[in-house]
Structure formats: C-alpha cells, structure tokens
Design a protein around this ligand. Structure first.
Ligand code: SF4
Length: 428
C-alpha cells in the first residue's frame, strides 16, 4: 500500500513522522513515488501559532482535494487541540500528539474495516514517554533522536504544554541503546531533540538531568558527532558545560531560546531567566567550546513591547553576536495568556520590528562567517552537484569544496572564502 506524508511544525514532529513511517514500512506500506497515487495520506499537524493551525487545516483540505479516494490520517498538536475541526474537514483517522504506535494500528484498522477512528487522550495524564526509533529525516548522514516530550514551563505565548502534557524523558540507558543502533546503521551525526530538552530527567527521579542523557549517548555513539536541539538558557551551567565538553563529541553549535532581549518582556512572557542569566550562558558556552556558533529564537512585537523595549532587544542581540537567528513577529495563539494581554501591536508594526531585527541578524551572520575564514573545520558532506560537495561544519555553517564523492564523509577543511552565505574551503 502506498502512502504520502506531510509534516508541519518542529523537529519533534519530523522525528515522530519518520518513526511512524518506519512502523508502517514494517507492515508492508511504502512511500508513493512521483506519479503513483497514494491510498493513504498522513498529515502531522502543528498548533504553535494560530497561523500554524491555519496551515494545518489548509494542508488537510488541499491533500483531500488532490486525493479524494485516499484515507486521510491526521495527528499532531493541532488535531490534539481541535479534534472536532479536523473531523469536520472529513479526516478518516484523527489522533492527537501522543501514541504513534496506536496511531499506526488505527490507520491499519481504518483501512481494513473502512471505518472512521478518533482517539484523543488528555495530554496531562501521559506519564511515560513513548520510545520511538530514531533515524534520518534528510538522507543517510544525520539522524535525529527524540529523548524528551512535554513541557510545563507555561510561557504566556505558548500553547504547547496543553498539547504535549507534562515532562517525560527516555531513560539514559534507552537513549544510549538508540544511539548505539544509529551509530551501527552508519550515521555520522546525531541531533538530540525533544519538546523542551532542558527539562530532561525531571520525571525520572534520582537527580537525572540532560547532561546524564548526553553522556550516555556519547558513550555509545562511535563515529557520530552530537548536536543539541534548542536549549533553555538556564540549563547551561559551568557543570553542564564541563560535562559536555569532556565527552569530546559535541558540535560547536548551540541554539538558545532567547525570545526577548528585554527583561520586562521576558517577565511578561513568563520566561525563567533575565538577560544577565542569558549572557552568562553565552559566556560559558564560548569558554568551554571556543569559536562555537550561538544561534537563537526571538519573538518581536510581544504585547506591551514598546519601541524602547524593542531597542533594548536589538542592543542585546548585537551584544550576543549570534551567528544566525530565527525571528518571529508575535502571533496571537488563542487559549494563551498573552492572547488576552493588553497592548497588542498592529501587524505592520510587528513586521517592521521583525525586519529590523532580521537586518541586524544578517549582519551578525556575515561577521560570523567571515570570522571562520582561515580556520579548519570538520565538515560532514551531504550533497554533491557538478563536482562540488556541500556539507555542514560542526558550527552548522554550510561549507562547499570542489571535490566529489564525499557523501557521508567527515573531512577537515581549510576555510578560504565566503560566498553567498556559504563557506568555501579546501580539503586538508
Ligand atoms: S518552554 Fe515555553 S515556549 Fe518552549 S514549549 Fe515550553 S511553554 Fe512553549
């Protein structure tokens, strides 16, 4: 049976989709190729903003229109929050964000018995993390492993705690076993991900924390380098950095969840740090991982953000010197505290602030890229076109060299130039 899949949203959704695909493939399903008509469509939805919800509905409608005969199976955060809306669109199987094994079984049941199936649990009742097999989402070089689910930080703009429930973590020995299997499968890089990995271990007891999971993974990841998903700055302590650096496995790239560079706005967001604590995290990472790239998420135009607050944010991000940023104009997510706050900004003003922050982020990126010229970087090569191979260095910069047949190989590269946001190098 042929299937087609659409995944919206974050890396966790991507990992969950690929694990679901592995389950279906083991039951005889295969991905529809160009020109083949799928009998099953899977849509993994997102609800992080109102816009993500709109895109999820639009994707469901579009694929239903294109493949009117197919069984439509929908899961993810949007269908967790709004199952009735997804049912009303006409989906055959409607699940939420949990239990992918049961989702696969329900898909098979719906196909066999030609019936509609809906399953939507209460996320806060989930106590154990479902172990999903890690694997690649973008070819055969880089794999992803989900080690954590859930979040109870309740940032005022975020709906995720209501779709994912409380913190659940994969025990360190299971993280290690998964890493060993991925290393044996020949992957060269492992991305460690979750909904809020800084909270890893809080449910496991015994004082377990993210560093324990990373050490366990590092011990079983021969031939792979490790990259971390988005980090809350408060997890970055001297002890954390010391333990990570001692593994000798971590890529020199850390993505931090900043969200605002103004203390008053961070408080309104219910973030658990201020700019001083964030800055300390940057200093520690740079001390233990010299030349590392720091990247960050930022929300501009949060309710109540004045021009002065925005200016503070711009000054702070410039001080941090990020190598790349994801900048989002604040988007109202119904059901959150921020949606009810006074001081909502117009779309035009939010876009203007986002453009201003993006221009600064571009300049910082250029500066970082030029700082790499003259350095030696280890590059994992992923693609090749007309004799030019392209890959990512540990610091997540894109690097190209004029040599072929390097796919899946890590090489030490001398960086000689910057071209269109890409580093140009020579293999040493
Ligand atoms: S830390 Fe905040 S923004 Fe991130 S998932 Fe949790 S509530 Fe949402």
């Amino acid at each position: 049976m042929k299937y087609k899949v659409a995944t919206l949203g974050c890396k966790v959704n991507q990992v969950e989709t690929q694990a679901l695909e592995a389950m279906l493939r083991s039951r005889g399903f295969s991905l529809a190729q160009e020109g083949e008509v799928p009998e099953l469509i899977i849509i993994n939805t997102c609800a992080v903003t109102a816009e993500s919800g709109r895109k999820s509905r639009q994707t469901i409608r579009k694929l239903m229109g294109e493949y009117p005969e197919a069984v439509i199976a929908v899961c993810g955060c949007y269908s967790q929050l709004e199952p009735e809306q997804v049912q009303a669109l006409g989906a055959t199987v409607v699940h939420g964000s949990g239990d992918k094994a049961r989702f696969a079984e329900d898909i098979i049941k719906a196909l066999d018995e030609k019936q509609r199936i809906s399953f939507n649990d209460a996320p806060f009742e989930r106590r154990v993390m479902e172990e999903l097999c890690g694997g690649a989402v973008d070819g055969r070089t880089r794999a992803m492993l989900k080690i954590q689910d859930g979040c109870v930080n309740f940032c005022t703009y975020c709906i995720i705690p209501y779709t994912r429930g409380r913190v659940r973590s994969l025990p360190p020995e299971r993280c290690a076993a998964q890493a060993a299997a991925l290393a044996a499968a020949g992957y060269r890089e492992l991305v460690i991900t979750g909904i809020e990995i800084a909270s890893y271990g809080k449910d496991l007891g015994g004082g377990l924390c993210l560093a324990d999971a990373i050490e366990a993974i590092a011990g079983e990841s021969a031939g792979m380098r490790l990259r971390l998903g988005s980090l809350e700055p408060t997890v970055i302590t001297e002890e954390f950095c010391r333990r990570l650096a001692a593994t000798g496995k971590l890529c020199g790239h850390f993505h931090l969840s900043l969200q605002s560079g103004c203390d008053e706005i961070l408080k309104r967001m219910n973030r658990k740090y201020d700019t001083e604590r964030f800055w300390r995290s940057c200093e520690l990472l740079r001390e233990y991982f010299p030349d590392c790239a720091l990247t960050a998420d930022l929300i501009v135009g949060f309710p109540g953000e004045t021009p002065e607050h925005h200016a503070e944010t711009l000054a702070f991000i410039e001080k941090c010197g990020f190598s790349s940023m994801h900048i989002f104009p604040y988007s109202i997510r119904p059901g959150t505290k921020a949606a009810e706050m006074e001081g909502q900004l117009t779309s035009a003003e939010k876009s203007r602030r986002a453009a201003e922050a993006s221009a600064l982020a571009e300049r910082m990126e250029e500066t970082y890229l030029h700082s790499c010229v003259g350095k030696k970087l280890d590059v994992l090569f992923e693609t090749e076109r007309e004799g030019v191979s392209v890959g990512h260095a540990g610091n997540y910069t894109q690097v190209c060299v004029s040599e072929g047949l390097l796919h899946g190989v890590v090489k030490s590269v001398q960086i000689v130039d910057v071209l269109d946001k890409m580093l140009v190098g020579l293999i040493i």
